[in-house]
Design a protein around this ligand. Sequence first.
Ligand code: PMP
Length: 378
Amino acid sequence: MEIYFDCSATIKPYPEVLKTFEAITVNDFANSSSNHGLGYKSLTVLEKARRQVAKYLNVQPEEIIFTSGATEGNNLAIKGVCYREKRHKKTIITTKGEHPSVLEVFHKLEEDGFKAIYLDYDKEGKINMEQLKQALNDDVALVSIMAINNEVGYIFPIDKIYQIIKERSDAYLHVDATQAIGKEILPSNSYDLLTFSGHKIGGLKGSGVLVKKKDVYLEPLINGGGQENGLRSGTSSLGLDCALATALRITMSTFKERYAKADEINKYLRAELSSISEIVITSPRTATPFILNFALTEHKGSVIAEALSNNNIYVSTTSACSSRQAGESYVLKSAGFDSTIYKNSIRLSFSGLESFEEAQFFVDTLKKLLKEIRPNVN
Ligand code: PMP
């Protein structure tokens, strides 16, 4: 049996998505900016995909900007606001637990002269709201907070944060919703900018969306032919954009069943893992059911993850983007866990398309490996 519990890193594209991609790429190959019949046809297809995406996110079609993924979207949203506002506002706020595609952008902006504030959160994933309230003033251009944390599964209260921001400032709220689309309901009136990637929802790598509300103004990062409302120049990738629209439709229409399945599997795994003495479950009960993070106190997390992989069970230590470099979770470290925990964590992440038997097989294999492999945490 092959078990893939690394769905926060990516999932396999839905077969229907591949069909859409192929059909559109072949049949509507013309450049959607071309001034001839085939170009107009491509443009019609592109705008239909945009309307579809807008409908599922409950926003206006003009508010959808197709991108290459969440990394690009996060860069465009954050730098786009800051470069536009740089003469008037110099403060930006985020949390210590964001993805590198937000944190590294903040570090770059600090080099450019912005003052960045990194909010704390605790082991339950509760953001320090007092710190947020105190940091807000007329100098704040943007607050960037993820909807669901990709390593531990914390659900950050976006609607409450939006309300606090708007009561105290005219800063924009950018939400990295990469782990939340199709996994949590996000009201469209609780953010100014929102980003996600196609490949996390059964679409294709190299596709993504930035939602930019009408009254938000950005400085483009890529200049050229003026596509995507002047914010992302370059010939539109019709196949990728339509594939993303198809993936979003499928992910939204299967939300309830996938959520229920992830919840069932998560509850079972939480109970089973809790009964193993060396395991500390680090995802709070309030976390999304799609992510379950735990740490080992007697074995190295990386050794167990590798042994699982040798048994055709695929999981992550920290997130896919940082695990190869550091081997420790800055998300858990910032939450206040000690080094044994943040250096030996394992993340299981689900799409809701898994079977209960896979979860049982995972537990049996993990128990076997923990017995077979000599303890070696230090
Ligand atoms: N934000 C979050 C929360 C993520 O989990 C990821 C992917 N791990 C990204 C942004 C970046 O997505 P991509 O690599 O598709 O650009």
